[in-house]
Write a protein that binds this ligand. Structure first.
Ligand SMILES: [Zn+2]
Length: 127
């Protein structure tokens, strides 16, 4: 390829489990070295959260709510630091009825919410 155009393979991540999905090729449309370099640097990287949950997370679309553990004292790029714990909890759990405003939904209909890890430990969702 010329040095003023470049292409890169990038992906989005599942908003729930952060697994790579939606791989796509991006290219710079305005040819110059700076743009080509930016594309080169993006190669293999995640470009953001997908609007849809991945196939795996869709399995509990109808019966569960994914609870994602966060640590509010640390912040990430999007202001939310994920500790890595995720629990799939039956959607009939009382908390989801009390806190229904906190439940988010992916475009393909999977429910999830963020919860401070410490709070989740208290109610037995997280280890
Ligand atoms: Zn997922």
């Amino acid at each position: 390829m010329s040095d003023i155009f470049s292409a890169a393979l990038v992906h989005e991540v599942c908003p729930i489990c952060c697994k790579a999905m939606n791989e796509q090729i991006i290219m710079n449309t305005i040819g110059n070295k700076k743009n080509a370099k930016a594309i080169d640097e993006a190669n293999g990287k995640a470009i953001g959260y997908s609007k849809n949950a991945c196939e795996e997370c869709c399995k509990h679309k109808d019966d569960g709510v994914y609870v994602i553990a966060i640590d509010p004292t640390r912040s990430g790029d999007d202001g939310i630091y994920r500790t890595g714990q995720i629990a799939c909890v039956n959607k009939n759990f009382q908390l989801f009825k009390d806190k229904s405003d906190y439940i988010l939904k992916t475009d393909n209909g999977v429910s999830f919410m963020f919860m401070e890890e410490e709070a989740g430990k208290l109610i037995g969702i997280f280890k």
